[in-house]
Design a protein around this ligand. Structure first.
Ligand SMILES: NC(=O)c1ccc[n+]([C@@H]2O[C@H](COP(=O)([O-])OP(=O)(O)OC[C@H]3O[C@@H](n4cnc5c(N)ncnc54)[C@H](O)[C@@H]3O)[C@@H](O)[C@H]2O)c1
Length: 340
């Protein structure tokens, strides 16, 4: 029977791509999003790609009554919980906002799920929960820690889910630790549209490519890596959304389990690799400037993906050139993002 999946933060970058995949795999989708960091236009784009307009509630997950109504009025089988604030720097400046939105919002959601007997949950965590890993590749047995309120909000929510499962083991939980999601939908009509100055490398490079910014800031070229710049595990957002489909399938078949897994490619690329690949994608040499290292950045981080493969059969399909080509297709078709 067709399952109904509630997607919090479904208008956001990763959420919107996952919604497309869910619809294409035959799920009914309900989106709850307050549009704090996304655009209503995303719904039209989802409709163009899939032919389906998902049921949408413009709602804050902190609005307990509003969220309860969604559960009372719909028969929901599972929740994928993307809704959160995600800017590391901002979280240092506004810790209370981050803890309130990311942790209190999650608690309200889990309480309502429990009340309405919806016990399948996929949670968006992050490789940031590994803090500063001592070695690579990073696997799920590595110690966890955090260096900022955003990271703590992910780690604490992970712990809440584990404790919830101990208390009520009919809760079936997938905690997905994403590495660095980049790229866009192949159609070029769905992509990442950050508000303000982008925090992450790829959207920043995209804005240099489109001419909104002059050059890319490269933070440090004296790391112990093959070209001196930081090395990270970039994962195509389409691979990531597929990881959610596989995780959900795993949950349906393994009731009462807790799955914690990395989602990455298992391979690292340097900042210079990304700039070069993007330059090829957009057909011109992109300028960059070497700046001092940023506090807290590690030289190299990439995932060990064996667990994801063994448990849910996940293996990333796309390489860095695919990520840059798709990101450029989106950016060049939508120079102002979702704004007309
Ligand atoms: N993008 C990354 O680099 C990355 C890496 C690791 C983990 N994550 C996590 O993945 C999830 C999705 O990230 P994204 O890149 O798609 O971010 P995003 O900001 O594009 O999407 C988050 C969505 O949640 C919504 N939202 C935020 N707070 C809300 C609230 N209280 N009520 C309702 N809606 C709310 C926003 O409007 C937005 O549409 C987040 O939990 C993020 O922390 C992201």
């Amino acid at each position: 029977m067709k399952k109904t999946v509630l997607v919090t933060g479904g208008c956001g970058y990763i959420g919107s791509h996952t919604v497309v995949d869910l619809i294409n795999h035959g799920s009914n989708v309900i989106i709850v999003d307050n549009l704090a960091n996304s655009s209503i236009e995303v719904l039209n784009r989802i409709k163009i790609i899939t032919g389906v307009m998902p049921l949408f509630y413009k709602l804050d997950i902190l609005d307990r009554e509003g969220l309860e109504d969604v559960f009372a009025n719909n028969k929901i089988d599972a929740v994928i919980h993307f809704a959160a604030f995600k800017a590391v720097g901002e979280s240092v400046e506004k810790p209370l906002d981050y803890y309130y939105n990311n942790i209190s919002g999650s608690i309200i959601l889990f309480q309502i799920m429990q009340k309405y007997n919806v016990k399948n949950i996929v949670f968006s965590s992050s490789s940031t929960v590994y803090g500063n890993p001592k070695t690579v590749p990073v696997d799920e047995s590595f110690p966890t820690s955090a260096t900022n309120p955003y990271g703590w909000s992910k780690l604490i929510t992970e712990q809440i889910l584990r404790d919830l499962h101990v208390a009520d083991n009919s809760f079936t939980v997938a905690i997905l630790r994403y590495f660095n999601p980049v790229g866009a939908h192949k159609s070029g009509i769905l992509g990442e549209d950050p508000k303000g100055i982008p925090n992450n490398l790829m959207p920043y490079i995209s804005q240099v490519a489109i001419g909104t910014r002059e050059y890319v800031n490269v933070f440090g070229n004296d790391y112990d890596t093959y070209d001196g710049t930081g090395v990270r595990d970039y994962i195509h957002v389409l691979d990531l959304s597929n990881g959610h489909i596989l995780a959900l399938d795993y949950l349906y078949k393994n009731q009462g389990q807790v799955l914690i897994t990395n989602l990455g490619t298992g391979r690292g690329y340097s900042v210079i690799d990304v700039i070069k690949s993007y330059s090829r994608a957009c057909g011109r040499e992109l300028l960059y400037k070497i700046c001092p290292r940023r506090a807290g950045d590690v030289a190299v981080s990439y995932a060990n993906c064996d667990h994801a493969y063994k448990t849910i059969g996940f293996k990333a399909q796309y390489n860095l050139d695919d990520m840059c080509n798709d990101s450029w297709k989106w950016q060049s078709n939508n120079p102002n993002g979702y704004e007309k």
